[in-house]
Design a protein around this ligand. Structure first.
Ligand SMILES: NC(=O)c1ccc[n+]([C@@H]2O[C@H](COP(=O)([O-])OP(=O)(O)OC[C@H]3O[C@@H](n4cnc5c(N)ncnc54)[C@H](OP(=O)(O)O)[C@@H]3O)[C@@H](O)[C@H]2O)c1
Length: 326
């Protein structure tokens, strides 16, 4: 089968499009013929081994898993002896990062517990756009943020992969949502349901006097004290992404602020979770959430997809079409 392989850490230039052996499923795995896979910031972190400490888990000198790609959508082509939930031909999607990655390929073996049946109405590209970004948004808002109906919620970095899901999920929970993005993304965040939009190139939301019950920073660059002053007295701030300096600041100061005051502030390290993905599937089927795809690339051009993602201005998700679904 064809796959995108990397044998050493580096820039997207180290990614090679080559022929590798087609895998065989273990007893608790299914073999998935991949139709689409999306690219995530996590692929970039593993590609570059950035931050450096990532090597403790991904391989000190070279990557343990030579094929990146976590968010797959495809069709079950073979099943292991102990697989209960899926049968041949099932259309599935999921985040396979906990089971060894391998999505930038024509086939992958995935654990049963990483996959959910694909919503029928979604294309494979749309389904592949969902898992990691939407589950991160859900865990940030619901698990960590304890979102409640009627709350004032602000999403910073609302126009990226995580942010566009966060806006829609917060709306589905009945919150009043303010989305922060740049001028060119105002229309898209309005179209997916944001009640208010703030153009960060013209207005600094930390200085306008509004306060929010819950702030999710999907990608937004402010200090913890900036965020603190726009939180309500019992408000919660969850940071999922942004610059390393700000992530470290929240990691260091967040627990202390949360312990000593009534505001809660902290980072989220999202984990793949089948129940969370099944919950998002219900939102997709109910039409409360829809994936937004910025660009699609063929498998041979994953390096270009990663370069584009690395620029940091994707409008929604970057997806790789691996096979045409006729
Ligand atoms: N904690 C976790 O478990 C977890 C899981 C998934 C992702 N993440 C992290 O979450 C972050 C976001 O991921 P993503 O997939 O959403 O990334 P992404 O799709 O690459 O985000 C790009 C978006 O960020 C916006 N943006 C850039 N600078 C901004 C700023 N100063 N203010 C507001 N918006 C800004 C861009 O809009 P403009 O073009 O308008 O600037 C663009 O639409 C990444 O850092 C990623 O590593 C963390």
């Amino acid at each position: 089968m064809k796959a995108i392989v990397y044998t050493g850490y580096g820039s997207p230039a180290v990614l090679q499009f080559k022929e590798v052996a087609k895998p065989t499923p273990k007893d608790n795995e299914v073999l998935v013929k991949i139709y689409a896979v999306s690219a995530n910031a996590a692929d970039l972190h593993l590609l570059r081994a950035d931050p450096f400490l990532i090597r403790l888990s991904s391989g000190l000198l070279k990557p343990k898993n030579e094929i990146l790609g976590s968010d797959i959508a495809g069709r079950v082509e073979a099943i292991g002896n102990n697989v209960q939930e899926f049968k041949l031909g099932d259309e599935v999607f999921g985040d396979i990062s906990a089971g060894g990655w391998g999505g930038f390929a024509e086939y992958v073996c995935a654990r049963e517990d990483a996959l959910v049946l694909k919503p029928v109405k979604l294309s494979f590209e749309e389904a592949a756009a969902v898992p990691m970004a939407a589950v991160t948004a859900l865990q940030g808002l619901r698990s960590k943020g304890q979102i409640q109906p009627g709350q004032q919620v602000l999403i910073n970095g609302a126009s990226g992969g995580v942010g566009l899901f966060a806006v829609q999920i917060a709306k589905a929970f009945g919150a009043e949502v303010t989305a922060v993005c740049s001028t060119r993304n105002l229309d898209i965040v309005r179209s997916i349901g944001a009640d208010h939009v703030i153009d960060y190139t013209r207005e600094d939301f930390t200085q306008n006097g509004h306060r929010y019950d819950l702030i999710l920073a999907a990608n937004g660059y402010h200090s913890i004290s900036d965020y603190r002053q726009v939180l309500t007295p019992r408000g919660t701030y969850v940071m999922t992404g942004g610059a390393m300096a700000q992530l470290s600041e929240v990691m260091l100061k967040g627990p202390w602020i949360s312990m000593t005051g009534s505001q809660k502030m902290g980072n989220l390290l999202a984990r793949p979770n089948k129940q969370d993905l099944a919950f998002i599937k219900e939102l997709l089927e109910a039409g409360k959430v829809r994936p937004v795809i910025d660009r699609c690339y063929p498998l041979s051009e994953v390096a270009d997809a990663m370069r584009y993602l690395e620029e940091g201005h994707a409008q929604g998700k970057v997806v790789i079409t691996v096979a045409q679904n006729n």
